[in-house]
Ligand binder design. Structure first.
Ligand code: SF4
Ligand code: SF4
Length: 138
């Protein structure tokens, strides 16, 4: 039987290439040990555990862009510290947010916020929120 030779790029696809380019991480460095998920302080409220997020990313599954987890991640880097392969998952989460924002609407719509509540919020938190959840930071 003739062997079919497929390049790494053709197999893994455009989404994988973009995640790796934006994050600077090698997705295949992850062997799904689960240490990131075991230590993540936000895992209990995520719909995909951190190791599942990277699994979806490894396969270039677009559904990962719809996961709540990418917005919940607090970039605390606990996962990075725990990872035996040095995968910085917070950078992968950030790359996924950037791609999701490029493809759709802002995750947070400033015009829908109550002005009185915004006035009571710490301004640094407001700016940080806009940078994370909207294209204003892009
Ligand atoms: S700790 Fe590292 S190698 Fe283990 S599942 Fe998480 S990202 Fe993958
Ligand atoms: S950086 Fe994100 S995914 Fe990693 S441990 Fe912190 S909250 Fe969890």
């Amino acid at each position: 039987m003739a062997r079919v030779r497929l390049s790494r790029e053709r197999v893994r696809g455009e989404l994988v290439r973009k995640i790796e380019e934006l994050s600077g991480q090698n997705l295949l460095a992850c062997n799904q040990c689960g240490k990131c998920s075991a230590g993540c302080p936000a895992a209990t409220v995520m719909d995909l555990l951190p190791n599942q997020v990277i699994r979806y990313a490894q396969f270039g599954l677009e559904q990962v862009l719809e996961a709540k987890s990418i917005w919940i991640c607090a970039s605390c880097q606990t996962c990075y510290v725990r990872c035996p392969h040095g995968v910085d998952l917070s950078r992968i989460m950030e790359a996924l947010r950037v791609i999701a924002l490029e493809q759709g609407d802002d995750h947070l719509r400033p015009q829908e916020l109550d002005p009185d509540e915004v006035a009571d919020m710490p301004q640094l938190a407001v700016i940080a929120g806009f940078r994370k959840y909207t294209m204003m930071g892009g």
